[in-house]
Design a binder for this molecule. Sequence first.
Ligand SMILES: *Cc1c(COP(=O)(O)O)cnc(C)c1O
Ligand code: SF4
Length: 373
Amino acid sequence: MDACPVAPRRVAPCSILLAPHETNTMPSRQPLSSTFITRPEQLAHALAIPLEPLQAVHAHYPLRISAYYLQLIKQHGLPLWKQAVPDLKELNDSSGLVDPLDEENLSPVPCLVHKYPDRALFLVCSECAMYCRFCTRKRKVGKPDMVINDQTIAAGLEYLARTPAITDVLVSGGDPFMLPLSRLEQILKALRAIPSVVTIRIGTRVPCTLPSRVTLRLAAMLKKYHPLYINTHFNHPAEITPEAALACGRLADAGIPLGCQTVLLRGVNDSPETIKMLMRQLLRIRVKPYYLFQADLTRGTSHFRTTIETGVDIMRQLIGHVSGMAVPTYALDAPGGGGKIPLTPHYINSLGKTLEFTTYRHLPCSYPNEIIP
Ligand SMILES: *Cc1c(COP(=O)(O)O)cnc(C)c1O
Ligand code: SF4
């Protein structure tokens, strides 16, 4: 296997683009240098904003925005802008935790997180099509010190092979869809060769941030490794474009069930109307909302966090009011690695010989809670 290339931070174009014969003609074919913005100078110029703040943030955290997503930012403004454009607030956050989910301590081998009994998170690529400013793995994703190479992949595979309790492997990163197709296939093939691995899940934001990368060839390759699930990541209705719909349709047509892991973000999607519209639009492009995450305590992201009340209020306005298919689980990933905890509005008032509860329309109701002999 070739090494997963780590793009030098200040060099564009990205070194891991598909070879020309692997590209798809969905949007008009562009020269490589126009596919991504990676340097502060490029972004300052593209958005007509001051260079110095971008440089200051870029000295600590990487920058990458696809030409596709830049267009969306220009059309839709702040909710997408905030997700992608470096902000000085990232440097003025002493409250956060560098590794909020304690992933490094839960890694028996580098780049594999084993937190739950039957599943593991396998980090196979250090790069993404966009470096989201709110990323939970901001400490390492896209940075030169996130080392993923043949050795870490081999060590991860070897750990999975000798830990048969793990039946569900989450292939993530970074973004696995940023790997060359052949390398991703090698990894999937190696996972499939482990008898105890039953389901493979891929976590990818590419359908949202660089949908042209979801080619028919990619879908045809993935199809060989069922049962395969994909969880993608959309945060705003403006991200649901015809291009994103085509990308998700290709994956769905390959028989891959698609879920979405949205993050609740202040100033991006923290209103019931926005989340409701997003969840409905996801179903329309064949993606089933899976999680709505409370933002993690990641250092450099505190300006994105909402209160829990904001999230619970949004869930109250979803549950019962929209198709159950459109309702994700609102969850908090416990600081320190305790796992995901569902945060659900209270419907139960008391539980004894009867269950006293309130309906989604705020009406009192009860249910006899007894076994009839
Ligand atoms: C989120 C996560 C999983 C998967 O959790 P599910 O609730 O099954 O989606 C597995 N391992 C780690 C380390 C995780 O963070
Ligand atoms: S795509 Fe995911 S892993 Fe990559 S920067 Fe965004 S949130 Fe982080």
